[in-house]
Design a protein around this ligand. Structure first.
Ligand code: GDP
Length: 264
């Protein structure tokens, strides 16, 4: 290998690999494309029908507090240096979700996950939107939980912060963040029950079903309700914050930027 090529490889790998990556996932229509273009260019643009993952480089707004500079004095000249990161947008369509799952199982540079939900779609009486969002979220969280339960090493896996971005708060039918949280928790509680009942129906006898087996059961085992806090044991920190990407009064994504700053 020639020296210039070697240098190129070293420079390329250090610049592209050192940027922290945040994975953006969630059901179709939640607002991921609008959000990623807003974060990248400062304004949302028309939807791009995504078929493959799409990564963009974004800069944190200058005044956003960043965890890694928490101990720095505001007079420090490096304080104002723009912090850059990569946001990987993944297709929300059911058949394309393996892209998201792949990224979660290979989390080398993955710093966190933003799961976008349409908070106005969770409030319908039929609860179809809530059920679908909960199903996707359940699979994502279970995959993260398995990082800990399948781990051969005795050390806990690196902490994985997950932001549930409750989007479209400009719409009057949108649920506020605490209700988004309780709605998703109760849908996941129902889903866990029906998944384990499905296992029983499929011929696995009750005596064969080891309920202490954490493999496919998300969170705390037992009859109690599911709560996101149960995932702390697996080093998965879930936070729910509201915002809106579009709307008559413009966008409000400050809480999400602050969350991003807090995990960098
Ligand atoms: P994706 O499938 O998750 O990528 O969703 P899109 O980004 O394509 O957004 C779906 C639709 O929701 C588009 O028509 C967006 O303009 C709209 N949308 C996204 N964010 C908001 C929001 O905060 N408020 C409102 N009212 N509409 C939004």
């Amino acid at each position: 290998v020639s020296i210039p090529l070697l240098l190129h490889l070293i420079i390329y790998s250090t610049t592209s690999d050192t940027l922290p990556t945040i994975l953006l996932i969630g059901p179709s229509g939640a607002g991921k494309t609008a959000l990623v273009t807003l974060l990248e260019r400062g304004r949302p643009t028309a939807t791009r029908t995504s078929q493959t993952p799409h990564t963009v480089e974004v800069s944190l707004p200058v005044k956003t507090p960043v965890a890694s500079s928490r101990f720095r004095s505001p007079n420090d000249p490096t304080w104002e240096v723009t912090k850059k990161l990569l946001i990987q947008d993944t297709p929300g369509h059911g058949k394309l979700r393996h892209y998201a799952m792949d990224s979660i199982s290979k989390p080398q540079s993955l710093q966190g996950i933003i799961f976008v939900v349409d908070a106005a779609d969770l409030s319908s009486e039929a609860r179809e939107g809530a059920r679908q969002a909960a199903e996707y979220l359940h699979d994502v969280l279970l995959q993260l939980q398995k990082r800990a339960t399948n781990s051969k090493s005795s050390r806990a896996p690196k902490e994985m912060p997950v932001l549930i971005a409750a989007n479209k708060l400009d719409l009057f039918t949108a649920l506020p963040a605490p209700l988004v949280k309780s709605t998703l928790e109760s849908e996941i509680t129902k889903l866990r029950k029906s998944l384990s009942a499905g296992l029983l129906d499929s011929g696995v006898g009750a005596k064969d079903l080891d309920v202490t087996e954490e493999h496919d059961w998300l969170g705390e085992v037992g009859d109690g309700p599911f709560e996101f806090s149960q995932l702390q044991e697996f080093n998965v920190q879930v936070k729910i914050l509201a915002g809106n990407v579009t709307g008559v009064d413009g966008s409000d994504v400050k809480q999400w930027w602050n969350w991003i700053g807090s995990i960098l």
